[in-house]
Design a protein around this ligand. Structure first.
Ligand code: BTN
Length: 269
């Protein structure tokens, strides 16, 4: 599909607020980067950037996000006015919001800690939230979402079009519809967080967390994932603890995002 058609269709199927703030490009380095440039030129919170391909898509932990035609590459600006210590709440709200919108369409999307979107333990998409901080407050944030729609994916990935064909459930029938559902997800997650707070949202996020109960090894200690703290650390129950070492061995280990990877199975069919 060409860029004009994509843009026209999104505008025709979206609210006025989306249509007013929408920028659609053929190829740019990164939708997050372009959105930061637009914000520096005075663009408002709510501004959306979409690209058909990215040449330097940014992934988590400094990785590249390979972005061929057929995928969804979208960024939206928000003005959170949150303390820096709450930055994980942006991730929580967005991941929960998007996964829930998919589930409302009958697509069983889960969340792999901290913010991968998964189906059957294969990566469907990822979220990269970048922030600007002034005087200890997050004044601006760019929420960047990449979702595999019809693009080729690695062995550990899955694209939505193939999943729908294989499962016989086609509830999202175009890239434009995927855009609308993703934006609805960002909006609903952020609204729920603003209205109800983290104590309401965290249990909802945990319900969708596929990592719950996963066994793993940290520093030669085995443990089981039992949750996530409100600041985003993975809570791992220490299986090495026993009555004889309980004084010296903690009951739980807390892993900040980026310090461990939960990995993907290559043969999860
Ligand atoms: C991850 O590593 O899981 C997060 C990937 C986020 C990729 C998206 S694609 C749209 C937006 N623009 C970027 O450069 N990155 C994000």
């Amino acid at each position: 599909m060409n860029r004009e058609l994509l843009e026209t269709t999104i505008r025709a199927t979206s609210s006025d607020a989306i249509a007013r703030n929408l920028h659609v490009f053929d190829t740019i380095p990164s939708t997050n980067q372009t959105l930061w440039e637009l914000l520096a030129q005075g663009a408002e919170p709510g501004t959306i950037v979409i690209a058909q391909t990215q040449t330097s898509g940014r992934g988590q932990w400094g990785r590249q996000w390979v972005s061929p035609v057929g995928g969804l590459y979208l960024s939206q600006a928000i003005a959170p006015k949150l303390p820096v210590s709450h930055s994980f709440h942006l991730t929580l709200a967005t991941a929960w919001g998007i996964a829930s919108q998919f589930r409302n369409c009958g697509i069983p999307v889960g969340i792999k800690w901290p913010n991968d979107l998964v189906i059957n333990n294969r990566k469907l998409g990822g979220i990269l939230t970048e922030t600007k901080i002034q005087q200890g407050k997050i004044t601006k944030a760019v929420v960047g979402v990449g979702i595999n729609w019809a693009n080729p994916v690695p062995e550990t990935g899955i694209n939505l079009q193939s999943w729908q064909t294989e499962s016989g459930l086609v509830s999202i029938d175009s890239l434009e519809m995927l855009v609308v559902i993703t934006l609805r997800g960002i909006h609903s997650g952020w609204q729920r967080y603003k209205n109800e707070g983290v104590n309401d949202l965290l249990p909802a996020y945990l319900e969708l967390l596929t990592s719950m109960g996963q066994k793993l090894t940290i520093n030669h200690n085995s443990g089981i994932v039992v949750g996530v703290t409100p600041t985003g650390e993975l809570r791992v129950q220490n299986s090495e603890r026993s009555p004889s070492n309980s004084q010296t061995t903690p009951e739980e280990i807390y892993c900040p995002p980026g310090t461990i990877s939960l990995g993907y199975n290559k043969s999860s069919d």
